[in-house]
Design a protein around this ligand. Sequence first.
Ligand SMILES: C[S@@+](CC[C@H](N)C(=O)[O-])C[C@H]1O[C@@H](n2cnc3c(N)ncnc32)[C@H](O)[C@@H]1O
Length: 381
Amino acid sequence: MAERDPDSAIRAAHRACMIEPKSRRLWNNFLLLLKTNGRAHELQTRTPRRQQQVPPLAQHPVDLEAAEARYRQLLDQMQTRSWEGWTPSRVEDSKYRFPLTREHLARFRSSEVSSGTQTAPDRPEGFPPLDFNQFYPPYSDADRARYTPLAWGQYAGLISRLFRRQGSGINWYDSAIIDDDRFGARVLELPGVGTVTGKSLNASYYACRIMSLIPKNGVVLEIGGGFGCLASRLMAIRPDVTYLLSDLPVNMVLTHTYLTSLYGDAVTGLWQDDDTLSAGHRAVVVPPWRLRSLPLRVDLAVNTMSFQHMDQRNHLFYGGVMKTLGVRSLYHVNRNEHMTTPEADTMVLPAEQYEFMKDFEIVESHDFDGRWIEVVAKARN
Ligand SMILES: C[S@@+](CC[C@H](N)C(=O)[O-])C[C@H]1O[C@@H](n2cnc3c(N)ncnc32)[C@H](O)[C@@H]1O
């Protein structure tokens, strides 16, 4: 049908979505028509909203030498604390040994030190896993021709999800997805929008979803945030929020590095026992072993694609952290299927079976592309 009269089919499908904005079936139909006709980019102008602008991406200096030294200290802590509940699961075991040199730090988005936090096309398909002897090549013209329509497809899928949820986050999406090539990121140009990455498209979606789940001047705790992409977008949309991030050592250093380059002195890390929280810090990297002693209450805990890389021991640990910090709500997106093959890059537990979910009451649960679920939950007490 798409081939004969795509214009009128697309117009009719679009009209149907505007009449029933929450209908997943109608949106899927509309998206399919757009994608099969190479017109996913039309959603940029066909989606009704009041666009808001985040400030342009700032560029602050980063002390890579200090970051490299910090990484060595954090690795030592991980060795010393190897019996603690937060330490890497089988899936993340290689992070005991990542060589985070200054060179890799300076170009971490083109390096396997960020593997696991970036997928294709940001990370080239077929790049040898954990090969630290080379960096990702820049996009060729053929890559751009191939990946730009796919990025539009990703954009269309995510903006339609935001539209279906009917929150105000959709107004921020287009400006939040703008990314640049700092730290060696491979960016694509979406005409009419700007430069983006697969990561910025996803992370901005999450930021637009959670922005309305956080009260004014609220506190967010993100567990396993990768290199801080979601945090960076949420901080741009909601400057009133205090954003705590905890992760494995290599990722804490990447996160601190990335966020410092964007937000300068507003970013800190509680690396030493006598480092404390202070007013003026908008993003705080907190080693997992310091989480329980934080003197504050968390309004929203966030986890995307990260509980799925943890084992039950890790879940028990972070479940305990969320209780201790009085987490009021939880937003998470994680794999919800049994992975049984030994080579599967994930743990075997589907998201619906996470033990700590007994402490929460589910408010929303949506399928996320078939394999994942997106959950909003409130603490039961
Ligand atoms: C697939 S990445 C997802 C990153 C980011 N949240 C995203 O959606 O792109 C998994 C993240 O979980 C983190 N992670 C895995 N096991 C962890 C643990 N035991 N404690 C803290 N973070 C962990 C990894 O270091 C990584 O940052």
